[in-house]
Design a protein around this ligand. Structure first.
Ligand SMILES: CC(C)(COP(=O)(O)OP(=O)(O)OC[C@H]1O[C@@H](n2cnc3c(N)ncnc32)[C@H](O)[C@@H]1OP(=O)(O)O)[C@@H](O)C(=O)NCCC(=O)NCCS
Length: 176
């Protein structure tokens, strides 16, 4: 079994309106917080993040999301420690495909914390991490109706690829 990353103490970041958050790698102990975060998402947020509807985040899936293989995955969380227990307000991930040397991203920011620069912060860190890994590209699927994400990615220099088989879905990518 690959060795997990040591827990990272965390880097303090702030939202545009000066709310403090800890940016750190996800940990196996985050399962309950990830499940609480899921319950705060709207059906639209869930569909945009997972590309299909889900009414709950099953235990096994939550465990899988929190216990990553750092050789092939990065998962960063934004933890709000002003509340007890701490709550996860945003998550950004990369899954590496070694065969083609690229990384597939996903990102999520809780609705009440949106429009404060966190999505852009997470995406920038994922781009930085992909460069550190020496990947040639970072890419992801985004629903075509997901204007916020398409706009965010456009501002970061991502481009749309040719339409994919999935109707209503765009594939966007950034060459590194
Ligand atoms: C998409 C998402 C990650 C954006 O997160 P966020 O924290 O609100 O984004 P930011 O505050 O960093 O915004 C960065 C830029 O994105 C664009 N943007 C974000 N939300 C927008 C909106 N509702 N409408 C238009 N543009 C928007 C803007 O250009 C914004 O820059 P600005 O605020 O200076 O105008 C968040 O809305 C989300 O989690 N959505 C549900 C899950 C999802 O769609 N994931 C993407 C597919 S994996």
């Amino acid at each position: 079994m690959p060795q997990l990353l040591a827990p990272v103490p965390g880097e303090q970041v702030t939202t545009r309106d000066h709310r403090p958050l800890q940016l750190r790698h996800i940990e196996p102990a985050d399962v309950a917080a990830i499940q609480r975060c899921f319950t705060r998402l709207s059906p639209q947020d869930i569909r945009r993040r997972f590309l299909h509807a889900m009414s709950e985040l099953p235990d096994l899936m939550a465990q899988r999301l929190c216990r990553i293989d750092p050789a092939l995955e990065t998962a960063l969380v934004l933890e709000d420690r002003t509340v007890t227990p701490g709550e996860i307000r945003g998550v950004g991930r990369i899954y590496v495909d070694e065969v083609v040397n690229s990384g597939e991203f996903s990102v999520l920011v809780e609705h009440d914390w949106a429009r404060r620069g966190l999505g852009a912060l997470l995406m920038q860190r994922l781009v930085d991490d992909s460069r550190r890994r020496g990947l040639r590209e970072i890419w992801g699927y985004v629903l075509q109706e997901n204007r916020p994400m398409l706009e965010l990615c456009r501002e970061l220099g991502f481009e749309r690829r040719l339409p994919v088989d999935e109707p209503g879905t765009a594939q966007i990518s950034l060459q590194l």
